[in-house]
Design a protein around this ligand. Structure first.
Ligand SMILES: C[S@@+](CC[C@H](N)C(=O)[O-])C[C@H]1O[C@@H](n2cnc3c(N)ncnc32)[C@H](O)[C@@H]1O
Length: 284
């Protein structure tokens, strides 16, 4: 695909190749993939644009560009994704951390800023991005993070190690079923929330992610209903829950929490102005 051209031409050709396969606006993609091959920051690429790639670098980059042309997400190709101020290892066992979820982390930190030593449960932890970021940036005492997928937990534990977040207890659990009698000050979750109909309409990139990280029964409301009805046993008095929303179903989700006796419900919007996070306290 790339002959003995300099880096500038390699990037241009990669962009043109992806365009010929129906992907547009790929300047950033080709730069990130090349900087991953060269193990440098993408901001450094302009400084070396007249240099040439070695044969090994060329064939690795070709392989990356071919994968991207089949609509594989960049994060799975490079094996890494940024979230908050940290890097997270990802593979196809885990959902790729999203910028919207940073709003959940920021909301928790803002809400709890005057409280010290709270306990926290991160349900549906996936790559562990929420639990690890909150341990690094907050002042929590006990943090438990759970997921039904043992392979996701392997990655989450690695991410905790890589980021030196060493006080998280990872548990394999179908929502609350292995949490035992533990109760927490704060529970956070980004559960699967895409309905079967919505799943059919997703971009090809999302089909690379684990289906059970995205899709939920009951028109995408299954986990909201399950969490709203069962969280009571695991939340302390005046405890608070933060949950990421399917923006298309925010009103229905609010009603689920209202009808389960939650108070002080707040809906926090994302940068696109969409309802993204629900915060609620349990009425006692
Ligand atoms: C949308 S991903 C969120 C991952 C991560 N917390 C994040 O925000 O990037 C949802 C996660 O829920 C997990 N999951 C699916 N069904 C579950 C269940 N019944 N109990 C616990 N976790 C479940 C999936 O394995 C996946 O890791």
């Amino acid at each position: 695909m790339f002959k003995s051209e300099n880096i500038y031409s390699v990037l241009k050709n990669a962009e043109m190749f992806l365009e010929s396969r129906g992907l547009f606006g790929t300047k950033r993609d080709v730069e990130i993939l090349l900087s991953s091959v060269l193990k440098i920051e993408s901001s450094k690429l302009p400084l070396i644009r007249s240099e040439k790639l070695t044969d090994i670098q060329k064939s690795r980059y070709e392989h990356y560009i071919l994968r991207r042309s089949k609509r594989e997400p960049i994060a799975y190709i490079t094996g890494s994704s940024s979230f908050m101020y940290f890097e997270f290892k990802v593979n196809r066992d885990v959902f790729i951390p999203r910028p919207e979820t940073e709003i959940l982390v920021e909301s928790v930190l803002k809400f709890l800023k005057r409280k010290n030593k709270c306990s926290l449960l991160d349900l549906c932890t996936g790559s562990g991005c929420i639990a690890v970021s909150l341990e690094k940036l907050g002042k929590f005492r006990d943090i438990m993070a759970s997921d039904i997928n043992p392979n996701a937990l392997i990655i989450a534990k690695k991410n905790a190690q890589i980021n030196s977040a060493l006080n998280i207890d990872f548990v394999e659990s179908d929502i609350f079923n292995k949490i035992g009698g533990k109760i927490f000050d704060t529970i956070v979750a980004n559960p699967p929330y895409v309905s079967c109909e919505e799943y059919g309409l997703l971009e090809p990139e999302l089909k690379y992610e684990p289906q059970n990280a995205l899709m939920a029964k009951d028109s995408g409301l299954f986990f909201y209903k399950k969490i709203a009805t069962e969280v009571d046993k695991h939340l302390k008095e005046n405890g608070v829950i933060f949950i990421e929303l399917n923006a298309n179903k925010a009103e229905s989700i609010k009603l689920i929490f209202l009808s389960n006796g939650y108070k002080n419900i707040e809906i926090i919007k994302d940068y696109a102005g969409l309802p993204r996070i629900l915060r609620a306290e349990k009425e006692r």
